[in-house]
Design a protein around this ligand. Structure first.
Ligand SMILES: CC(=O)N[C@H]1[C@@H](OP(=O)(O)OP(=O)(O)OC[C@H]2O[C@@H](n3ccc(=O)[nH]c3=O)[C@H](O)[C@@H]2O)O[C@H](CO)[C@@H](O)[C@@H]1O[C@H](C)C(=O)N[C@@H](C)C(=O)N[C@H](CCC(=O)O)C(=O)O
Ligand SMILES: Nc1ncnc2c1ncn2[C@@H]1O[C@H](COP(=O)(O)OP(=O)(O)OP(=O)(O)O)[C@@H](O)[C@H]1O
Ligand SMILES: N[C@H](CCC[C@H](N)C(=O)O)C(=O)O
Ligand SMILES: [Mg+2]
Length: 487
């Protein structure tokens, strides 16, 4: 058990009332999870305000309340701590509670619209191959070396982040590679973390439902770099025009990577096929198993990070050359002469990149059929753009459901269809049921054809009205292709 005043170290306080020597059990931000002697942190959210649950939390046993606005009536025996930002205070308190694990490890955060999971997964695999004990926080899974801890978010809440880092430290980890989503940065889920470095992959259209404007979305990513300490490195994609924006107010060491503009870490694409990428780096030709020009950026981000963490560039490239990447990112399934690609592209830029990659390597004699949908209760403005890209860059597009969440799938499909011109409707099908959509793509395919199933990648569920039903694109594709090519 910890003492209250100790976990408040470095928190910006407005006022305190009550016994600062109080012993506390844990830190919670959800009144439903309060136990005896909990610290309850009241956070204003997107749905409700945590301040409305202060009384309930006290009834359940909370003895410390962290809040931005003090309740009108203060209760005896309870410590009330007023702070500027409850979310930020929670991150710092969680770090103190777990004895600041990030100060004893090298933690690198990766942000950007696309490529975060790929970059951190490659880094995790690379450092494991190089003999380190390594932690991973990612959309697909969290890991302590090879032990998998299921992930619920791309970046967990700050208490979970610190608890996981503590477990990593206890397991001997020297490094942790983590994704920093824009939601997490704004919601201060990474407050209290000491970063050894941060990486910016790129920024393109996504999450405008949450950030409202593209400027606000850029600001969210930039906050990660603004808050880096002096001894950290900031590695950004120089070919993305927002790369330099990230560095504007960054105190850390500025470093860049790129394929087009001069950069500290640069490469040239020599060949790009469905088998992999050949890159020229520092006058050496190196073969990688990753597919698509966009992965050249991810590889450069990984190489730059490893070198900035003090690793030998030659060894890094040797190991990186053999690594495969994250699940559900350009996964190829070949059955009966038909190639299916399962990919997590769920933004316009990602879909465009994946389709351009496929179009760049195909012969043109085969058909390319794309099956894609858009998630419900997420940025609506990306829907027509994604449909337009799918239709324009494929021979046939089958628009279908992704995770409809609490929206009606047909409403999402209507938004998508807004992006398809009347002439392109000829090559567009709309099939709400995702399995039927994949089945139709398989039935329409002949030997040599390519099917892209985009949007869900590694996800093994389809979320409908709050319930996650088992659904795995790769599994469905394998089952149907086997059925059709054998009959
Ligand atoms: C929109 C969003 O990001 N929401 C996150 C946010 O919840 P919120 O602000 O909506 O919370 P709220 O329901 O309004 O409640 C406010 C406060 O009252 C508390 N409360 C609420 C009810 C109650 O009875 N008692 C109580 O104490 C809540 O615990 C909370 O502290 O804070 C929660 C705790 O950290 C997150 O779980 C939740 O993620 C939701 C589930 C979510 O879907 N988030 C997605 C959009 C997300 O974060 N995605 C990014 C990746 C995006 C990407 O880059 O692709 C991620 O990092 O995963
Ligand atoms: N560097 C990149 N630039 C553009 N597109 C990319 C890049 N890397 C990956 N992609 C595409 O974006 C998709 C998602 O990649 P990845 O999962 O690595 O991104 P992410 O940033 O972690 O996404 P999320 O925000 O959902 O966590 C991939 O399936 C691929 O289609
Ligand atoms: N991290 C992203 C994942 C989107 C994946 C896609 N399948 C969807 O459900 O929209 C989000 O929460 O917006
Ligand atoms: Mg991710």
């Amino acid at each position: 058990m910890k003492v209250l005043k100790d976990i408040l170290y470095k928190v910006s306080l407005i006022s305190t009332t009550g016994d600062m020597e109080m012993r506390i059990q844990n830190i919670v931000f959800d009144s439903r999870k309060v136990v005896e002697r909990s610290v309850f942190v009241a956070i204003p959210g997107t749905q409700v305000d945590g301040h409305d649950f202060i009384e309930v939390a006290i009834e359940k046993g909370a003895t410390v309340i962290i809040c931005e606005k003090l309740p009108e009536q203060l209760k005896d025996g309870i410590a009330y701590i007023q702070v500027v930002s409850s979310a930020k205070a929670m991150g710092i308190m969680a770090a103190n509670y777990f004895d600041n694990p990030s100060e004893r490890m090298k933690v690198v955060a990766v942000t950007g619209t696309n490529g975060k999971t790929t970059t951190v997964t490659l880094l995790h695999q690379l450092f494991m191959e190089m003999g380190y004990s390594v932690g991973l926080l990612s959309t697909v899974e969290n890991k302590i070396n090879s032990e998998v801890i299921p992930a619920t978010h791309t970046t967990p809440d700050s208490v979970s982040v610190q608890a996981l880092l503590r477990q990593m430290l206890d397991a001997g980890c020297t490094h942790c590679f983590m994704e920093a989503s824009s939601h997490a940065i704004v919601q201060e889920r990474i407050a209290g973390l000491k970063m050894a470095g941060a990486v910016f992959t790129n920024i393109s259209h996504d999450h405008l439902d949450y950030h409202k404007t593209f400027d606000e979305y850029i600001k969210a990513k930039k906050k990660l770099f603004d808050e880096l300490p002096k001894d950290a490195f900031a590695l950004v994609n120089a070919d993305d025009k927002r790369g330099m924006v990230m560095l504007q107010n960054c105190k850390g060491t500025h470093q860049t990577f790129g394929l087009k503009t001069p950069a500290d870490f640069k490469a040239k694409i020599i060949s790009n096929t469905l088998e992999g990428l050949e890159l020229e780096i520092n006058n050496k030709l190196i073969w990688f198993r990753m597919i698509g020009a966009f992965n050249a950026y991810n590889l450069l981000g990984v190489m730059g990070t490893a070198v900035l963490l003090g690793e030998d560039e030659e060894e890094v490239l040797r190991e990186l050359s053999g690594i495969k990447g994250a699940k559900g990112r350009f996964d190829r399934i070949s059955i009966g002469g038909i190639t299916a690609i399962v990919d997590y592209a769920h933004t316009p830029d990602a879909l465009d990149n994946v389709l351009k990659t496929i179009n760049g390597v195909r012969t043109g004699n085969e058909q390319l059929i794309t099956v894609v949908g858009c998630g419900g209760n997420r940025d609506k403005t990306k829907r027509p753009i994604m449909a337009k890209i799918a239709v324009q860059e494929s021979d046939k597009a089958i628009l279908t459901s992704d995770n409809p969440r609490f929206e009606k799938p047909m409403d999402i499909l209507k938004d998508m269809l807004e992006g398809v011109s009347p002439t392109e409707l000829r090559k567009t099908l709309t099939i709400e049921d995702r399995k039927e959509a994949i089945k139709t793509a398989c039935m329409l395919s002949n030997k040599g054809d390519i099917i892209l199933v985009a949007g869900k990648g590694h996800e093994d569920y389809q979320e409908i009205e709050g319930v996650k039903h088992h659904f795995d694109d790769a599994e469905v594709v394998k089952e149907l292709l086997t059925q059709f090519t054998q009959s």
